[in-house]
Design a protein around this ligand. Sequence first.
Ligand SMILES: *Cc1c(COP(=O)(O)O)cnc(C)c1O
Length: 434
Amino acid sequence: MKTKAVLDESQIPTHWYNIVADFPVPPPPPLHPGTHEPLTPDDLIAIFPMGLIAQEASSERWIEIPEPVREIYKLWRPSPLYRARRLEAALGTPARIYYKYEGVSPVGSHKLNSAVPQAYFNLLDGRKRLTTETGAGQWGAALALACQFFGLKCDVWQVQGSFDSKPYRRMQMETYGATVVGSPSELTESGRALRERFPGTAGSLGMAISEAIEAAAGDPEASYSLGSVLNHVTLHQSVIGQELVLQLKEFGEEMPDALYACAGGGSNLAGIAFPILRENLEGRANTRVVACEPKAAPSLTEGEYKYDFGDTAHLTPLLKMYSLGPDFVPAAVHAGGLRYHGMSPLVSHAYDQGLIEAISIKQREAFAAGVTFSRAEGIIPASESNHAIAGALREARKAIETGESPVIVIGVSGSGQLDLPAYADFLAGTMADS
Ligand SMILES: *Cc1c(COP(=O)(O)O)cnc(C)c1O
């Protein structure tokens, strides 16, 4: 019996898939924050390289992955798809459960899929330095390594609360050669203003984004880099779902009945789900795609679909997205990567159009699922990924009652090796449910 499909390096996708080409209704464009007119490439040139600006606005279905990027992808791609037989047995479910594991990347999450091309396109434009924000540190670590691969300098603003409570990821970023400061910091205008407005704040992604954008805009050799939300990031992540389609065939499966992925800014969800949505849209599949968000930052399930800013200081373009508002500061749940107030405009559009579903999950249910998963499969998933697993377990347990055998795929976006204190909190019975 087959346990995992690994594919060959030659099966790493040669192109990224852009769902904009296939949406029945085109997604609303980003707007200039001053004029409220659709954004033009010129509006972005101060902070992004041309290659990424072109991808951000592209409606081409397939965009070629540059050879130097594919070469680096070979370090961990294709990522494995597992049949979770031990988890099925532990649950006693007739469901057939599969999981696609992105924790095999050197940094431990899917984020390197986008960090590498982002650094590469910046290098092509002659940029020397990238600035970014990070929460728990997964994105910062991914960009730090990608910058190291291409000889770029990397400056990271890390949400102060995580900077203090999660020192290992900071050490990881510094090991890869990045400079890391807590946000809001004294280094930027917006940071100083935020410290005055919210004394003693533990920070937020929205605040750290403001600082990183300001730093890039003031340095002609620098670009800003975002780890999720934007169209080009969801594009890069499409390698996940393209591999999944091939790997399910190796197990003799058609398209899944249901696909669960966690949603913070929406990039790993988009990456695994959009190639499957394409199958749905072309009539070859009828997969339910379920976005799993934390109850503490429920942008899809409780937010408003509107034009909103991506950051606290209102430096970003206006994006049409499900949002809790840029001043929203979520409870300090362990899944730092899911604590964002907004949602990818493409994921938001898919949700608005009824092409995907969404649920919210409290963190104790998420960690209970993560512990069940790790005791059966061995892998300790990232705190964020536990939300996807919890959603899938709900359906797998329901199958026990109905006696049906749905094919369920879980996107396990990362490893939890650096989230062990969160597991300890759960096992001690001290974890709060916000
Ligand atoms: C950052 C992160 C997430 C959330 O980001 P998305 O853009 O929603 O994918 C989820 N899982 C892991 C492991 C992460 O590092």
